[in-house]
Design a protein around this ligand. Structure first.
Ligand code: SAH
Length: 362
């Protein structure tokens, strides 16, 4: 029994069932017992390892891509460098080391870290203590000052609450978290119906019991990013695990001590995520006024950015053991059965702007 499970059961008993989105949001963000408030999720000791924690090469190659976006923008002498959900600050630290090769980039950049967790802000500040830029912490993307923007977000959108709908004889009804006869958390159906206009054509003939997910929070932020880019210019690189085309399926996923877990088993103690619908994310950015430049797999992005060359340079003159570790990292980041295929990289730009490696269609 987790402390949060008790709290959630009490709340359901008095106020009724929660939507899946409400459940996710409480599990991740409850200020006392939520996952991000209490856990150290990243790294060997935590529940999962993100790409920047696998190898410095990941942040460096994102840095190289943002340098080429800065060039394509005509090297503006002031812009907002933004990361949403920076975790331990590792990606930004590696990105800035790469950016140091281009003094004009560093001189023009104002660093904004969008982070809700006070605990993680502290860690990010420490990681970046010796980096060339001092971060301004912001609560939301809206708080970033005006100006052209170069933005990155890795494994941020997967942590935003999703809604789930179940196909029934009466249309798509919202899936809820309630209590069963034994007072245990259990999935059930609510009365809220997904409007017909929101049912994708590919799902119109789905069998009863099929689950369809919507991600209004992720889409709202993507639209804001698109809007900002349309107004002030710039580009965004959004990386997450997810799928390229809208399709039905239950992707709500709990990870507890490196193992998959039942989503209702350890609220607040397991990481809870959902796969990102990149078709919807790109459409939202376009609604905001920006253009989708490209959506690639992580493997395509990294290999076209020069992952193998970077690995070779990094390993040159190192011990056999260190070279082995670099090879392992390359596998982990780019092999199709590891992170290479499941993770996608969406590049959003002001209309007409193109930059490497997204300018060469895979
Ligand atoms: N990008 C990092 C961490 C990914 S985990 C990495 O790749 O290692 C998700 C991150 O998003 C954490 O830093 C978490 O605290 C932050 N986060 C979650 N919800 C958020 C929100 N609504 N606004 C800003 N940051 C959020």
């Amino acid at each position: 029994m987790t402390a949060l499970k008790d709290k959630i059961r009490t709340r359901i008993a008095s106020d009724g069932p929660l939507t899946v989105a409400q459940y996710m949001s409480i599990c991740l963000a409850d200020p006392d017992a939520g996952y991000y408030a209490t856990k150290e999720p990243f790294g060997q000791e935590g529940d999962f390892i993100t790409a920047p924690e696998v190898s410095q090469m990941f942040g460096e190659l994102i840095g190289a891509a943002l340098l080429s976006a800065h060039d394509a923008l005509g090297s503006p002498d002031s812009f907002q460098l933004v990361e949403i959900g920076p975790g331990r600050g590792t990606l930004m630290s590696d990105l800035l080391r790469m950016a140091a090769l281009r003094p004009a980039f560093l001189k023009a950049a104002r660093l904004n870290l969008i982070e809700t967790s006070p605990r993680l802000r502290k860690i990010q500040g420490k990681t970046l203590a010796r980096s060339p830029l001092t971060p301004d912490f912001r609560d939301t993307f809206n708080d970033v000052p005006d100006g052209p923007v170069l933005l990155v977000a890795n494994e941020f959108f997967d942590a935003l609450p999703i809604h789930q709908f179940v196909r029934t004889g009466e249309g798509w009804l919202e899936r809820q978290v309630g209590l069963d006869g034994k007072d245990e958390l259990a999935f059930g159906l609510g009365a809220t119906r997904l409007p017909d206009a929101d049912v994708p054509a590919s799902c119109s003939k789905a069998a009863p019991g099929t689950i369809l997910e919507t991600q209004p929070m992720a889409n709202a932020i993507a639209e804001e990013i698109g809007n900002r880019i349309a107004r002030f210019g710039g580009a965004a690189i959004l990386i997450d695990y997810g799928y390229l085309k809208t399709a039905p399926g239950d992707t709500l996923q709990a990870l507890y001590k490196h193992k998959y877990d039942y989503a209702l088993a350890h609220p607040g103690e397991a990481d809870l995520t959902a796969h990102v619908n990149f078709e919807a994310l790109g459409a939202a950015a376009s609604r905001g006024g920006a253009s989708v430049l490209s959506t690639m797999t992580q493997a395509e992005f990294l290999l076209q950015s020069g992952l193998l060359q970077r690995a070779g340079a990094l390993g040159a003159g190192k011990s056999h053991k260190e070279q082995e570790a670099i090879r392992d990292a390359v596998e982990r980041l780019a092999a199709p059965d590891q992170m290479g295929d499941l993770f996608k990289v969406l590049a959003v730009t002001q209309t007409g702007l193109s930059f490497a490696p997204f300018d060469t269609a895979p």
